[in-house]
Design a protein around this ligand. Structure first.
Ligand SMILES: [Zn+2]
Length: 309
């Protein structure tokens, strides 16, 4: 069994070195194969890269979270550019918009977001998006800044088309037949004796996606990937469950956002990366496939998305 946590914070600033080491030990004893250790500021990015140096299963995303929009400097963007050159820095993130709290820094958030999309395009790197209470604006800014442009998609190998990774028929095949057919220009790639259909990939991860199922469908058609965490396991997480049901498994990732958002049955406790097991079990149930198959698909998706050898 190989689990993949596509968004987590081992670099969490409140962890002491001992706490971080103890958590890494727990991860090593679990079924977790890989984590993406996501930064929210320059200091976090430095710690995430330290973690990546310390642990073979740890890779980093470097970027400045919208919470820092009123305090970051251009020197910080320069530092992120420099840190992104580390061989285990696999994405720019987490970046985006958070309109849940006050309204006073909204312009600054947009500016910081745009600068970092441009940086990801300059460096031809995957992008990891945080979006809260700003769904349409997030999509508009990503589109305006070329995150879904044909040019960007040409930098990355395609991803398997819906239905090509599974051994079993997924629930969505029966519920919305044909939705994804004919909407892409398919390319063919020989992989051993198998023919895998590939569709364009913009390498944009919608972390802990909380928008509507309709918008999720729009995102994957643009070339984005939908990443689901704890909320898909919650009793009041019907929207996330519906997103999981409708979006083809090829366009989904599993994550925790630890230490936040612990999944059921651990809700309310500090979250840990290996608790992604509960997210994957729930998504397997929704998709009507085995836990083993779901784990394999998310590990393949994660490795492909972040270019992990
Ligand atoms: Zn996060």
């Amino acid at each position: 069994m190989m689990l993949f946590d596509a968004h987590t914070h081992l670099n969490f600033e409140k962890f002491s070195d001992e706490e971080r080491k103890a958590l890494a030990q727990e991860i090593e004893e679990s079924q977790l194969g890989y984590i993406i250790d996501v930064a929210d500021c320059v200091q976090g990015a430095e710690q995430a890269l330290q973690d990546a140096d310390d642990y073979s299963w740890c890779y980093a995303a470097v970027g400045i979270h919208p919470d820092h929009a009123s305090v970051y400097t251009d020197a910080d963007i320069g530092a992120i550019r420099r840190l992104a050159a580390h061989p285990k820095a696999m994405a720019i993130g987490e970046i985006g918009l958070d309109y849940y709290y006050g309204t006073d820094d909204r312009e600054e958030q947009q500016e910081l977001f745009r600068k970092q999309i441009r940086l990801a395009n300059e460096l031809k790197m995957p992008i990891m998006i945080h979006s809260r209470d700003a769904n349409q604006l997030t999509m508009d800014i990503l589109t305006e800044e070329g995150a879904f442009s044909e040019e960007r998609k040409s930098w990355f190998p395609g991803r398997p088309a819906p239905g090509t990774l599974s051994d079993t028929a997924f629930a969505h095949d029966m519920i919305v037949p044909g939705v994804y057919e004919g909407e892409y220009s398919y390319r063919h790639m020989k992989s051993g004796s198998e023919i895998i259909r590939l569709v364009p990939d913009a390498r944009v991860q919608m972390h802990c996606y909380s928008g509507s199922p309709e918008m999720a469908e729009e995102y994957v058609k643009l070339g984005a990937t939908i990443s689901l965490g704890g909320p898909v396991t919650f009793k009041n997480g019907k929207k996330a469950a519906e997103v999981c049901r409708r979006i083809p498994a090829e366009f989904l990732l599993s994550e925790t956002d630890a230490p936040y958002m612990a999944p059921e049955p651990l809700r309310g406790r500090p979250n840990k990366p290996h608790y992604v097991e509960h997210v994957v079990r729930r998504m397997a149930m929704i998709k009507g496939v085995s836990y083993g198959e779901m784990s394999r698909i998310f590990a393949e998706n994660g490795k492909r998305f972040f270019d992990i050898p």
